[in-house]
Design a protein around this ligand. Sequence first.
Ligand SMILES: Cc1ncc(COP(=O)(O)O)c(C=O)c1O
Length: 385
Amino acid sequence: MPTVRHAISEMETQRIGEVSRIAIGDPDVIPLWFGESDVDTPDFIGEAAIAAIRAGHTRYVNKRGIPELRQAVHDYMQGLYAVDLDPERITVTGSGMTAIMIATETLVDNGDNVVLISPIWPNIFYCVQTMGGESRHVRLQMTEGGWQLDLEQLFRACDERTKAIFIASPSNPSGWMMEREEQQAVLDFCRQRGIWIIADEVYHRIVYDRAVAPSFLEIAEPDDALYVVHSLSKSWAMTGWRCGWLIHPAELGDRIGDLSGINNTGSTSFVQHAAVAAVRDGEDFIGDMVARCRRGRDIVYQRLGGMDRVRLTAPKAAFYAFPKIEGLEDDLAFAKRLVREFRVGLAPGTAFGPGNEGYLRLCFAKAEDQLSAAMDRLEAGLRAL
Ligand SMILES: Cc1ncc(COP(=O)(O)O)c(C=O)c1O
């Protein structure tokens, strides 16, 4: 067979998939491996989708998104951050992931690099790899007070081939969140060096010590080299719907629209109508979701804290715990064993970039009894290690 591109043939097997494939859909296994809540999408969103289908919204639409959704996104962002975004800066995409891919496609040529704050969700560095770029991981350090970023280390990782610094804050998997002063320092550095910022803010509502995570949009100027990625998946329990949005400089609107077209011709038309309902009327649901995640976080943090060999810092945001298991050498093999023998599904730490050997990730956006049972199973697994 003729070859495929090197960047693709060299792509390693996705480790979370390697674990989940063993027992996906098996009702005896408690699945905490993926980043999604066990709550169904609320009815008012489903009803809006059904009404949109009945009204005939089933055809191609503008590849930058339907005007109602772009307006709803504008209003939502204004309500949260007091920013009055030029509508030209808003493009609806087929998912948060598509927004990340489009941003990467606009920036990364063969041999360029993107500096990432790590541990990080693997799809992001696969995206850079797909474009022929190099990912440079700058790892957060786990401390008593939470995960810490060394800004000097971040800046030192950049060189003349650095096209962007990618910051997922709040972070999957660590639960770290970048504070305003750090954002300002990164923005100043990137302005000075002509480097883009890709700010992945998809977990901006899943925060425990304030109403919303700090956004780069609050400190940036409209023409800064800034992308901000958003998704309907997490706050509104819409992982399967595939819709997100990208905030970008206005002058790139047409290009971003073209790339949205090339990737998937935009998000599904009736899904966009449902997204309007979500973004406009979803505040009560988001409040419930955060309360559920907070309960899940408390259970998991308390239980993991009582287990031998587990080192953990309380996540400030997002819905993951990312504990380190002292003495665990092969986290992938152990995650597989947890599924096969102990019937609980976690993601292996090494999926999230270098330096994460011996870590495990679990999603706690789940029912309390499920989490308690999962912690019992994990504890038994650790005892057998
Ligand atoms: C950090 C981060 N960014 C982006 C996404 C993409 O979300 P989606 O493609 O479902 O909109 C995810 C999903 O897990 C994520 O964890």
